[in-house]
Structure formats: structure tokens, C-alpha cells
Design a protein around this ligand. Sequence first.
Ligand code: SF4
Length: 91
Amino acid sequence: MEKNCEGLPGCKKKKDKLSLLKRAQNFISTTTKHVAGGMKNINDTDYMIRIRTCNTCDKLSGGNTCSMCGCYIPTKARWEVSDCPLNKWKK
Ligand code: SF4
């Protein structure tokens, strides 16, 4: 597809933009929850359990980003209020 195909059938640019928008919405939503929840972090043991779970998940992209929510896992996994979109993290 040509470089200036935005909006045409088969163009992936629109999809990428929506994905970026969704990522931004998720980031704002999670950050808002984190701040409203007192910016609490989980302990190192629970953090490592979350990281290990993500490292074995087929939704992990590029080694550090969740393809389901678009969040940066090393940060998201530390925040107490964060959730796995597939409920793979222990509660
Ligand atoms: S947050 Fe959940 S869905 Fe995303 S990579 Fe981690 S385990 Fe997989």
C-alpha cells in the first residue's frame, strides 16, 4: 500500500492510529487509577510473579509491552491498581 493511503481500504495507518489512541486511553485510565489509589506499588515478590507471568504470555510484545492493553509492563506490573486484561495476574 502507498505511503499516503490513510483512510483507504487495506491501509494499516488508520488501524495503527486507533491502536495508538486506545493505548493512550489505557495509559491515562491506568495512571488515573494509580494516582487516585495513592500511587501504591506492590512488593518485589508479587512484582516478579507478574513479570514472570507476562514473560510467558503470548500477548507480550517486544519483550516489554502488552499487546492487549498497550501498557509498558515493567511500569504497569509495579502499580497495585493495575490489572491484567486477561486476568492472568493473581489477585
Ligand atoms: S498483562 Fe496479561 S495479557 Fe498482558 S502480557 Fe501480561 S499476562 Fe499477558
